[in-house]
Design a protein around this ligand. Structure first.
Ligand code: SAM
Length: 231
């Protein structure tokens, strides 16, 4: 498929683009195929790198915890839901709930999946907590580009629910946080690093890893993962 790996703005490279092309599901994104329309979006390859970065962390977690039965993935602020789509294709044994307030985004691909559902819900609402409480099994939670206080809310949900065993967050726009506490990081590394360091402090319980992932084709490429099975 000739057009893969390029956008109107030019050709780029990322280990995740290369990796994606090795997968069997890659064919389903080819011209005339099921997910062709999604691939034609300008932001497709950037979003693929974000989704693969998150999905690889999920895969490693599942491989490390073979005895821990995970039943659900909650993709908070899913947008059009490329991460939901990839997770559903890779993990047929899990049910993926993609959650967003925007029900107008085009998620036509959902018709092709029998292990994913869209839930119109506000991440900040008590209804989301009721929804999580109603799920009868262990959960992995993801959030790509959750802006400002949505990232803080994501971490609050992780803290609150013991059944959320693993969470992966890629923070986006910077919210309010105590700069003075993180001034060394801000000065040495930058404001986004300071914000992510602050978020990491809110993240427990579990082992928190926050690292820049240069495979992601975006400057906002710090990935925070929280593994409740490790301390
Ligand atoms: C920057 S987009 C990220 C979309 C997607 N995760 C991605 O990376 O392409 C943020 C998403 O959060 C959703 N959102 C904003 N506020 C929300 C809220 N309070 N509850 C649920 N979704 C919300 C928006 O509708 C949007 O789809």
């Amino acid at each position: 498929m000739k057009d893969m790996g390029s956008t109107q703005k030019g050709v780029f490279s990322s280990k995740y683009v290369d990796e994606f092309k090795t997968y069997r599901i890659y064919k389903e994104f080819g011209p005339g195929e099921k997910f062709d329309k999604i691939r034609r979006k300008n932001t497709f390859w950037k979003e693929i790198t974000e989704a693969i970065a998150v999905r690889n962390r999920i895969k490693r977690f599942i491989l490390r915890n073979k005895d821990l039965e995970i039943k659900y993935v909650l993709d908070l602020g899913c947008g059009k839901g490329l991460l939901t789509l990839l997770t559903a294709l890779f993990h047929k044994d899990l049910h993926i709930y993609c959650i967003d307030t925007d029900e107008t985004a085009n998620r036509d691909y959902m018709h092709h999946l029998n292990n994913a559902s869209f839930v119109k819900m506000d991440i900040k609402s008590p209804q989301l907590e009721e929804f999580i409480a109603s799920l009868d099994g262990n959960i992995i939670m993801t959030g790509i580009h959750l802006c400002t206080d949505l990232s803080i809310r994501f971490l609050e949900l992780h803290r609150k629910f013991d059944k959320i065993k693993f969470s992966v967050l890629v923070p986006c726009c910077i919210g309010k946080f105590p700069h003075s506490r993180f001034r060394f990081i801000i000065r040495e590394m930058g404001i986004y690093e300071g914000w992510c360091a602050y978020l990491s402090c809110l993240a427990g319980p579990g082992k928190v890893i926050a690292d820049r992932d240069t495979g992601i084709l975006s400057d906002k490429n710090i990935v925070i993962s929280i593994d409740r099975t490790e301390s």
